[in-house]
Design a protein around this ligand. Structure first.
Ligand SMILES: [Zn+2]
Length: 334
């Protein structure tokens, strides 16, 4: 009998990643590819997914009848049933059809879809979580946006359309004027996501109250080059403005963790996403707070705080785990 494979795709605001793996989902057998997220029209993403999957199948001499399923993890919000992303500022367009065009291209393959936060927590569950963490586990992605996924009592929480853990849009400061990607103000994402850090930095530069000479030096006075990465770098070197932005990013993440732990009473929270490149400036401060004085932020016993070793590839790992769990009819997602 021909060997079977699992396929996975992760759609982010900046990158689309795809992978295949043997059906045993052994980390050593995963083959990956990556492209920039195309945003020309609402079908660009699904068209390019069809193309990269076709390429990865043919490069590895795999026929479609050897694929047990394609798992899709996408930046949300997502309508799981229709397989469409809606109102996504990070991906553009009012509605982005994903499932239908891919189904048309690969009619013989089963498709499964989750938002990237939910996929991420499945990835942690399969590849990383310790036994005592698995049944009550949270994943938070800090990237272009900020999202999450929750496993509670051994079940992945989905909600009516698949967006049960959109924790990035909990209000961490109701009086705030800081605009979020969703259109509201004062969301956790507006403070602690990559775009949140970037936008707040540009606002603070406009205000001109704090010294930003080190940050300006890093971007050679070209302010359009400022992203979260440069802000964290400048903060490390002692830049006054950047240090304040990073301090707020961490403070509001503590508030967010408190909300998450009060709602879900989790054993562990794993952080992932592109901003974990600067995890050394984020995670130890969160651990210290929740070890020393958690009652400031949560009434429940505090969670363990960790970062995923897969950083910004955890959504892709979760897309593969989704197929594995669906094929096995695992109760976590049945
Ligand atoms: Zn928001």
């Amino acid at each position: 009998m021909d060997e079977k494979f699992l396929a996975g795709v992760d759609i982010g605001g900046t990158w689309v990643r795809a992978a295949i793996c043997t059906a045993d989902l052994n980390e050593k057998n995963i083959k990956k590819t990556i492209i920039k997220t195309p945003k020309e029209n609402k079908f660009s993403i699904s068209n390019s997914i069809c193309q990269i999957l076709s390429e990865i199948f043919s490069e590895n001499n795999i026929n479609v009848d050897q694929i047990l399923g394609i798992g899709i993890a996408t930046a949300g919000p997502l309508n799981m049933e229709k397989g469409e992303v809606f109102n996504s500022i990070n991906l553009g367009f009012k509605v982005i059809p994903l499932m239908e065009p891919i189904k048309k291209k690969f009619p013989e393959i089963q498709l499964y879809i989750l938002n990237d936060g939910n996929a991420g927590v499945l990835g942690i569950h399969y590849f990383e979580a310790e036994t005592d963490e698995k049944d009550n586990l949270v994943f938070i992605t800090m990237s272009t946006g900020l999202g999450g996924g929750v496993i509670c009592n051994g079940r992945l929480l989905l909600g009516k359309e698949g967006n049960a853990a959109e924790v990035g849009h909990v209000l961490v400061d109701p009086k705030s004027k800081k605009k979020c990607n969703c259109g509201a103000s004062g969301c956790w994402e507006a403070y602690s996501s990559g775009t949140g850090v970037e936008n707040r930095t540009l606002d603070a530069l406009n205000e001109g109250k704090l010294n930003s000479s080190l940050l300006k030096q890093i971007v050679k006075n070209n302010l359009s080059k400022i992203t979260a990465k440069e802000v964290f770098e400048a903060a490390k070197k002692g830049d006054e403005l950047s240090s304040k932005i990073v301090e707020d990013c961490i403070f509001y993440t503590k508030v967010g963790i408190g909300v998450v732990n009060n709602c879900y009473d989790c054993v562990s929270i794993y952080f992932g996403g592109a901003m974990m490149k600067d995890k050394d400036q984020i995670i130890p401060l969160l651990i210290e707070q929740f070890e020393k004085d958690p009652i400031r932020f949560t009434v429940n016993h505090p969670p363990r705080i960790k970062s995923t070793k897969f950083e910004n590839e955890i959504g892709l790992m979760g897309a593969l785990a989704l197929v594995k769990y669906k094929v096995e009819k695992n109760k976590i997602i049945s």
